[in-house]
Write a protein of this length. Sequence first.
Length: 318
Amino acid sequence: MNYIVFDLEWNQAADLKTRRENRLLFEIIEIGAIKLNEKKELLGDFHELIKPQVFHAMNQVTGELIHLKIEQLENCRSFAEVAADFLAWCGSDYIFCTWGNLDLTELQKNMDYYNMTPVSEKTIRFYDVQKLFSIAFEDRTVRRTLQYAVEYLGIETDEAFHRAYTDAYYTAEVVKRITDHRVFENYSFDTYRVPRNKSEEIKIQFADYYKYISRKFPDKLAAMADRDVISTKCYLCGARTRRKIPWFTTNGKHYYTIAVCMKHGPIKGKIRLRRSEDNMVYVIKTMKQAGAEVEADVINKKEQVRNSRKERRRGKHS
């Protein structure tokens, strides 16, 4: 399986009126990519600028960042043509790699805008190299800029950042320098296309936590009534747990719990409710063993919610 390390640059509306008139928020104007084999050896590259068809003026901030003028794109090919060639160049056996988690979503949004055949009908598994860098070289949670990672690893910088091909090249160089194969067990999932049914739901156990991505539900109530969504079964041994702190929400979108497994101790559960493109609801749930500090943090969140409710009730009766 090959690695397709790619980066996009996109333009957006130059004024509020134009933004309101278009359902596409970001129009891709450049695709750059590097193809590596399983040994992370270079197989080829791809680079092309794209003629805009939605936004015909360059957003000032975008133009200053990527050093492109709209006039430089006038004689380029359309997005549909370039994207089709890019996907053909990718081949059939590959995994996408991007710096951060935005590019793959925006690629699919632009493809849908032009009614192109989807990259996949399912949720796409990919590598977020920004996350992999943190796992390989830092504390797993901090997210650095590409420039920081390049400088940290001593990668030579002959070209400026913030152009698609250059950023794809630098990202590929970061990939090459991650030598611990265990780091590449940490897949990410792009949920632009949410699992369509129970059989497509994502249930995956990583080295130190479990992730579940649900199918779509009509609303929040339906999601939080689903047995799989609210299950606190131990992800390590499958045993039933005792809910020390039942599910509660801090803001209507994030839910927390502490469940105790007889064998593996306290486990923190977190549910994030998300909106799909068709305005339905889906769930991303994580389960992870919890130390005393993490457990105390969840208890503190619960107390804050309880105190806020008390204050609101007092306000109504005062």
